[in-house]
Design a protein around this ligand. Structure first.
Ligand SMILES: Nc1ncnc2c1ncn2[C@@H]1O[C@H](COP(=O)(O)OP(=O)(O)OP(=O)(O)O)[C@@H](O)[C@H]1O
Ligand SMILES: [Mg+2]
Length: 254
């Protein structure tokens, strides 16, 4: 299945022509050494993901899902193999360029929200723009717009402890969105949420994918969450053992 063809909003570079996959992994290995113990967290992963795809990664605990996500999100490097992000060979890219990519093109959402405590929702959402050195007024304007986009208008001054889990995750999504990323990585974003909050979060991710063309790569243990995606990968022992395209929402009951 192909998705889009080089939409400049979705491509990492304005010159992206859409003919190369957004994500291309060739024989990726990640080997951790802890004392004498060697853990082969990834064992030869080959994977191509196009712009605007919505991919769910499933698999048992320890199968390598987070390891793969961290490499795809340029938070970590593989031990062996090649990873190209929009044609860029990440291993040989200059650190400045990678930092810029992470700040401007990639958004992350984690299971435990990772919000800064005793800091308002607005300030949490501002953070990527602060690192970009934007004027404070512009940071606030864009952060408020991102909070509104995830349904949190009116909660700008709330601290994380004054928000429900679902609301905290929405702040985390606003923070991931504020820099207009092309790709959103979400590692078990609903893992700490109840069913109705999970649905809200997945509804937001679905909209970001369908309406804004953001590529979404999501790790989950739950098949009803994976059902929002149009492609499902299953990992086992550091390898992708299943890769299925399907109509989204097949098993989602409303
Ligand atoms: N920093 C690290 N140092 C050593 N071993 C690690 C490290 N990170 C992960 N591992 C090991 O790599 C393997 C894959 O871990 P990973 O976190 O990718 O699994 P996962 O599929 O995300 O699991 P979960 O569903 O529990 O989050 C595991 O055996 C884990 O113990
Ligand atoms: Mg994990």
């Amino acid at each position: 299945m192909t998705h889009g063809s080089g939409d400049s909003r979705a491509g990492l570079t304005s010159g992206g022509n859409g003919s190369t996959p957004l994500i291309l992994c060739e024989d990726l290995w990640k080997i951790y050494r802890v004392g004498d113990v060697e853990v082969r967290a990834l064992q030869g992963v080959n994977l191509a993901i196009d712009r605007r795809e919505f991919v769910a990664i499933m698999g048992t605990s320890g199968s390598g899902k987070s390891t793969l996500m961290n490499i795809l999100g340029c938070l970590d490097q593989p031990t062996r193999g090649r990873y190209r992000l929009d044609g860029l060979d990440v291993a040989t890219a200059k650190p400045d360029l990678l930092a810029e990519l992470r700040n401007r093109r990639i958004g992350f959402v984690f299971q435990n929200f990772n919000l800064i405590p005793r800091t308002s929702a607005l300030e949490n959402a501002q953070l990527p723009l602060f690192y970009r050195g934007l004027p404070i007024r512009e940071q606030r304007r864009q952060a408020a717009a991102a909070l509104e986009r995830v349904g949190l208008a009116g909660r700008e001054q709330h601290y994380p402890t004054q928000l429900s889990g679902g609301q905290q995750q929405r702040v985390a999504i606003a923070r991931a969105l504020v820099g207009s990323p092309s790709i959103l990585f979400a590692d078990e974003p609903t893992g700490n949420l109840d069913t109705s909050s999970s649905r809200e979060i997945m509804g937001i991710l679905e909209r970001l994918n369908c309406e804004d063309g953001i590529t979404i790569i999501l790790v989950t243990h739950e098949s009803d969450i994976a059902a929002y995606a149009s492609r499902e990968l299953v990992m086992k022992d550091g390898q992708i053992v299943q890769d299925v395209q399907r109509m989204p929402h097949l098993s989602v009951t409303s």
